[in-house]
Design a protein around this ligand. Sequence first.
Ligand code: GRF
Length: 192
Amino acid sequence: VKNKPNLALLASGFGSNLQVILDEVSKGNLDATVRVVLSDKQNSQSLVRAKKAGVEAVHASPKQFESREKYDAHLVALLKERDIDWVVLAGFMRILSPVFVRAFQQRIVNIHPALLPKYPGTQAIERAFEAREKEIGVTVHYVDEGVDTGPIILQEKILISEGETLDEVTRKVHELEHRIYPEALRRVIGPF
Ligand code: GRF
């Protein structure tokens, strides 16, 4: 019998959010087991981070599959084999099809660098900055069948001051992400 939930972390890129989650788990600040890190990109830094943390790192390329649904079914099988309870998206740059979402109903969490429902999709920070928004933020939410539309778990704002550059704003957004993602996960995963 397990006494902690099994997490799968899905990432495509640099994996700074993934790193924070790995660190929080290893420090005992998030009561869960990271069972696998899965990436659709072979050269993702997240796979390196997983190996360093002693976590299984799996690259699953969508190229070998003829449709999104078939690829997603492959991912679901992979995760079910590992008895995954929660799927944590950390910069996973693919839209999950209903095949995936239904297999882990209410058990998929994502982080998005905007004050949803504003600025769903890619390049959210840049778009908010270019629109001269006075506030920006981060949202952690459940994943449903839409793009960045699921129920919000935690959202926090930051103000953009006059004269701040896009780089400065981007850095602040990432710092906020790293602070609130573990907090949001503690809330949803809770005592097992
Ligand atoms: C983050 O900004 C996250 O909100 C978005 O993708 C980015 C991933 O960054 N979904 P990293 O790979 O965690 O550094």
